[in-house]
Design a protein around this ligand. Structure first.
Ligand code: FES
Length: 104
């Protein structure tokens, strides 16, 4: 079973399927789809290079102190900013849209 969401990058939106039977972060899934996510810290929530803006319900994955600290230290964040390494592929994300920044 999969969860369906979209990824918007450089003005183009693509449908993405997230497998629910494998424990993946959104960052790992985006890398599997060959989006240019650097993720230089490997998903530890420290580098900010997996930053995106999310339209959707991420309340099951609330922003922790470390993620908040990292978001505070990178440019161009807003209230929809999240680190994709801190969000798991989950059915609650059905219909969500992940907006990737140019130069991610
Ligand atoms: S991969 Fe470094 S903060 Fe997400």
């Amino acid at each position: 079973m999969d969860v369906h969401f979209k990824v918007e990058f450089e003005g183009e939106e693509q449908a993405v399927l997230g497998p629910l039977d494998v424990s993946l972060s959104i960052m790992e899934l985006l890398k599997a789809y060959d989006y240019p996510i650097e993720a230089t810290c490997g998903g530890m929530g420290l580098c900010g290079t997996c930053h995106c803006f999310v339209d959707g319900d991420t309340s099951l994955f609330p922003i922790g102190d470390d993620e908040a600290d990292t978001l505070d230290n990178i440019p161009f964040t807003n209230s929809k900013s999240r680190l994709t390494c801190q969000i798991r592929v989950h059915e609650s994300l059905e219909g969500a849209v992940f907006h990737l920044k140019p130069g991610n």
